[in-house]
Design a protein around this ligand. Structure first.
Ligand SMILES: [Fe+2]
Ligand SMILES: [Fe+2]
Length: 154
């Protein structure tokens, strides 16, 4: 079984602890949605799509489990590190790359490393393109517009 599939099994199990069914559904939709977006963006940019998809599966897990977005990027990186170390399928460098991307994913107004940027843009892609009838939030407008350009959507 591939590493992404193994990780998804763990994430699926972790989300079963989310009691509220709407929150749990939203968590699956968002984590799997960002994971697909991350694969697409990473492939487009020649980055590692497997690591990008794995980071995406974990990026908001802490927030969904705890019910709080307070410092969720840093706390999410710690949770991701514990899960990945326990899973034992990633090298130390891969674990660090995934956790760094998660730690930085909320800093959307800053440009970071290539994998970090894939995760940030994948997050924005899912927020903005999951339902095109919804208005794009001001803070995501610049990244949304750049993504449309990048994918030839005008
Ligand atoms: Fe987040
Ligand atoms: Fe997110």
């Amino acid at each position: 079984m591939g590493r992404l599939k193994e990780l998804r099994k763990i994430v699926d199990q972790e989300l079963l602890t989310v009691a509220d069914t709407d929150t749990r559904k939203g968590a699956y939709v968002h984590l799997y949605g960002v994971s697909l977006s991350a694969t697409l963006i990473a492939e487009k940019r020649g980055e590692n799509s497997e690591l990008a998809a794995m980071a995406a599966m974990l990026h908001d897990l802490y927030a969904y489990k705890s019910g709080s977005y307070e410092d969720h990027a840093n706390k999410g990186a710690e949770l991701a590190s514990a899960i990945l170390k326990n899973l034992g399928l990633t090298t130390d460098a891969e674990t660090e790359a995934i956790c760094t991307a998660i730690r930085r994913h909320d800093d959307k107004d800053r440009i970071d490393g290539a994998l970090d940027e894939v995760l940030k843009d994948a997050d924005v892609m899912h927020h903005t393109m999951n339902d095109l009838s919804k208005a794009v939030k001001e803070k995501e407008a610049a990244r949304y517009s750049a993504l449309r350009q990048e994918f030839g959507l005008g």
